[in-house]
Design a protein around this ligand. Sequence first.
Ligand code: SF4
Length: 121
Amino acid sequence: MAHFRRLPGPIADVWDWQHHGACKGRDSLQFFHPDGERGSSRGRRESAAKQVCERCPVRSECAAHALTTREPYGVWGGFTENERHQLLQLGWRECADRRGERVDVRRLEARLSEDVSAPAR
Ligand code: SF4
């Protein structure tokens, strides 16, 4: 569950990005794992979801939202829940704009790939 205290207030502009997501209208099961999903099935589903995110015009906003609210499940902004957990440990704020509404996803990807403590992805 998201941390509600970290959610932005009810300002339409803050949430407007969600209307422009490349995942809009897609089956949410592509982005959120079903109970008991493991191994290669999970990897294939996450890869497919990340490909959608890769061409999404609001990826930066989506990733910032997921990191700010600590979304525990699913692929958001092209990052799996494990990758976001890793970014929360490594630090991500310096890759965000002043208001924390957008992140530099390429810098975050580089940070993940440089993390030698992480299990192989
Ligand atoms: S980045 Fe991915 S999860 Fe986020 S709005 Fe875009 S397609 Fe959907």
